[in-house]
Design a protein around this ligand. Structure first.
Ligand SMILES: Cc1cc2nc3c(=O)[nH]c(=O)nc-3n(C[C@H](O)[C@H](O)[C@H](O)COP(=O)(O)OP(=O)(O)OC[C@H]3O[C@@H](n4cnc5c(N)ncnc54)[C@H](O)[C@@H]3O)c2cc1C
Length: 517
């Protein structure tokens, strides 16, 4: 197995390409858009620069592991700046609270914020649980091609008492929201901590308690900003891949994964060109990969395995301001008046929340080059339901924009925001669907709902087609920059391990463009 095709040049596909090329494979990346990086795209206009998609970078250790494949320290390719406080929270009652990385410092802050010890102590206990869940995720869930519960423990041999303890610590059957509230009595602080599940576009009361691990993943390794914006990440990966000989083909849509006798044979591009491969990594949404690029019995087997529901979508306003707001941090959350009402609208009713939480990114304090002097490249993200047939965002956007701006004026002290706007662009769920070819405009792949098995996503090694591997937000271990980068690494590593196994068993290994020796 030597020639590998990668379908999609999102962060997951780029990570796979780097790892495979570093391990000696010949790799071609096909991307239907004219840029690489997928959702990690950029808008540059009128002196402003906006990261279009991800803005919060956590777990830089994942990036380090990818660059380690070629012995490079991540600091030599990316200028990463640590942000602490990590974000500022604005609540409907007018109060504000900064999230600090250090648990002791945060607990002190919470004692003053809530005028009592309960929430402060509860936060400490919650963070201890979060740390344990993070460690369990590291031990059983991360860096391996998990597709189901049994994949977490198989490789470990006999079932030990310590494993049973870890399984129970994962609180099977309990939700994130229930666990958070069991520790943190103050409703504002609970709302802030609940919000970690928004990294996976899922409702806290429907997501499994193990996702409380996200809190420690963020506070433990910190929140980072790559100078040049998050766009610097795909640029660094593309540069590394190119230096390793990866061929990049943009404006190249794969319309079919070709198979023969249950194994990958190559891909067919729009326009009819076919390219033979020994293996394929699909960074296209895993559900669409099966429905659109495979079809037939592999797609039927995939659909039988579970029900696939998209995670949430979102609306982003990119607002070029002539004057920045000095009371904003780099990352800010302007919280809804009622999280239950908000999550019920988005995740149960499938309607935009009437009073949404707005995530506001104001990066000019960290990197002044994002805007003309004194200005701001303000990014406002509001989570919305994934696209339903009744949603016509060309009609819905003007009213929702008004609701978002009203929220910022009322809750985040930005009363004069309209008079400061000199540039504006928007991204709607319909745009996300069209630009990134995802399931129903989902930002974060598949939803993590289900109190027992909600964290599981389709595994990275296809059980249905030999030589097919999955990487990206709709594959294990899930969405978000660090997780999709890890999924790209896992897909590449699984492919590499399979190739070594087949070679050592003397199985026919196709070496040159599908010709068996
Ligand atoms: C608005 C927004 C805000 C976000 N904020 C954050 C954040 O702050 N922090 C964070 O960690 N994450 C965030 N995310 C999530 C994060 O961006 C994604 O999880 C991650 O970038 C997805 O990477 P991916 O590998 O799944 O690929 P994608 O970015 O989905 O890219 C897949 C690529 O495959 C291509 N493709 C699909 N089908 C084909 C085909 N048939 N042929 C050729 N090419 C194909 C697509 O064109 C696309 O370029 C955000 C996302 C969005 C949209």
């Amino acid at each position: 197995m030597k020639q590998v095709g990668v379908i999609g040049g999102g962060l997951g596909g780029l990570a796979s390409a780097c790892v495979l090329a570093a391990r000696g494979y010949e790799v071609i990346v096909f991307e239907r858009n004219e840029w690489f990086g997928g959702k990690a795209a950029v808008i540059q206009s009128d002196g402003f620069r906006f990261d279009m998609g991800p803005t919060i970078l956590t777990l830089p250790g994942v990036l380090q592991r990818i660059f380690s494949e070629v012995g490079l320290p991540v600091g030599s390719v990316l200028d990463l700046v640590r942000l602490d406080p990590q974000w500022r929270s604005f609540f409907e009652d007018g109060s504000t609270l900064d999230l600090m990385a250090d648990t002791d410092a945060m607990a002190l802050k919470l004692a003053a914020f809530t005028r009592g010890a309960d929430t402060s102590e509860g936060y400490r206990r919650f963070m201890r649980l979060s740390e344990r869940l993070h460690r369990i995720s590291d031990d059983y869930f991360f860096w391996r091609p998990v597709g189901a519960l049994r994949d977490m423990f198989d490789a470990r041999g006999a079932f030990q008492l310590s494993i049973l303890r870890d399984v129970l610590a994962m609180r099977p059957g309990r939700s994130v929201a229930g666990t958070v509230r069991g520790h943190i009595p103050d409703p504002r602080v609970a709302q802030m901590v609940d919000h970690f599940t928004q990294y996976v576009g899922s409702a806290p009361d429907m997501s499994p308690a193990v996702l409380c691990s996200i809190g420690h993943m963020q506070t433990g390794e910190g929140v980072w900003y790559p100078m040049g914006g998050t766009r610097a990440v795909p640029l660094a990966l593309t540069k590394l891949a190119e230096s390793l000989g990866v061929e990049f083909r943009c404006n190249s849509r794969v319309e079919r994964i070709l198979t023969s006798r249950g194994a990958v044979d190559g891909v067919r591009l729009e326009g009819g060109e076919t390219v033979k491969f020994d293996a394929v990594v699909s960074n296209s949404d895993s559900v669409r990969t099966h429905r659109e690029l495979l079809g037939g019995s592999p797609a039927r087997a995939f659909e039988r395995r579970r029900r696939y529901e998209p995670a949430c979508s979102g609306v982003v306003l990119y607002l070029g301001l002539k004057h920045r707001y000095d009371h904003l941090l780099h990352h800010n959350f302007v919280f809804s008046r009622d999280p239950e009402e908000e999550f019920h609208a988005i995740y149960s009713k499938g309607e935009p929340a009437p009073d949404p939480t707005c995530y506001v990114c104001a990066p000019s304090g960290t990197e002044s080059a994002v805007a003309p002097p004194g200005g701001e490249a303000l990014y406002v993200l509001v989570h919305t339901p994934y696209l339903r047939p009744s949603h016509d965002w060309s009609r819905m956007l003007p009213e929702y924009r008004r609701i978002i701006l009203e929220k910022l004026k009322r809750t985040a002290g930005m009363e004069d925001i309209e008079s400061r706007i000199v540039f504006e662009q928007a991204l709607t769920p319909a745009d996300i669907d069209r630009r990134y070819h995802v399931l129903n405009g989902a930002i974060y792949g598949l939803v993590s709902h289900g109190r027992f098995l909600g964290a599981f996503k389709p595994g990275n090694r296809s059980p249905d087609v030999r030589g097919l591997y999955l990487a990206g937000g709709a594959a294990h271990p899930g969405p978000g920059m660090p997780m999709v980068l890890m999924s790209g690494w896992i897909a590449a590593d699984a492919l590499d391990q399979d190739a070594r196994r087949w070679r050592s068993r003397g199985a026919p290994v196709r070496l040159e463009h599908g010709i068996a020796p």
